[in-house]
Design a binder for this molecule. Sequence first.
Ligand code: SAM
Length: 249
Amino acid sequence: MDDYKLLIDLHIDGTRQGPGGEAETNLAMTLAGLDRSKSLRILDIGCGTGASTIQLAKELDAEVVAVDFLEDFLEALKKRANGHGVADRIETLNCSMDALQFEDEAFDVIWSEGAIYNMGFENGIAEWKRLIKPGGIMVVSEITWLSETRPNQLQAYWEGAYAEIDTASAKINALERHGYCPKGYFYLQPHCWLENYYMPMRDRFPSFIERYDQNDESLAIVEAEKEEIALYEKYHSYYSYGVYVAQKI
Ligand code: SAM
């Protein structure tokens, strides 16, 4: 996808393409109460280069189907999975998250870190529900307000970037309205954003813009990322990714 060429280039060498962390993925597995002795079929939606996919395949007795609409990320995922010795437990699928063609109740678990906003939280949990077996699990991270009120500048930024941002209670309410029973919630601490995502990306800025001779497009991408990082550094006490663990009723 040519439109995404530069974004892919900036992100493909990252361990992850959004905030998160291994301990946090493990915590979500624990809150989900996944049976480690049972063979599970898991769908990881918006998997990127596979941070969570590979961890799920390593930690659980699981077959993981990893979905992303960027083939380059899926190719990188396969290489990384090989390196971790779990390639035989992972299948990749190049597909948009809003056009998944699996049969109803095909999966024990749906996992999606930092990706559901691409089709909207409520839309995503509604559409993906049919893919989960009754009693199965949804684990999804979603940008979340950490307090009831926040500064105007921040409110305006997020209203432009993702108007569906809301409090955890509103997200949990949406899960309940769509037929899920909430099993757990926590939010990502700053190291998940800074050490695990923003700082490694910031280290890649100089070589990235050099590869494109500092052209306008590469500079604009870096500027937008810098703005996002500065906003996070200033206002991180007001928002984060919430991690929601819920059971399909
Ligand atoms: N889950 C990964 C992680 O935490 O490192 C990646 C998160 S990244 C913020 C969002 C991912 O969603 C990207 O890999 C992007 O290619 C993918 N994505 C965006 N829109 C998509 C769509 N419509 N269908 C499938 N994947 C999509």
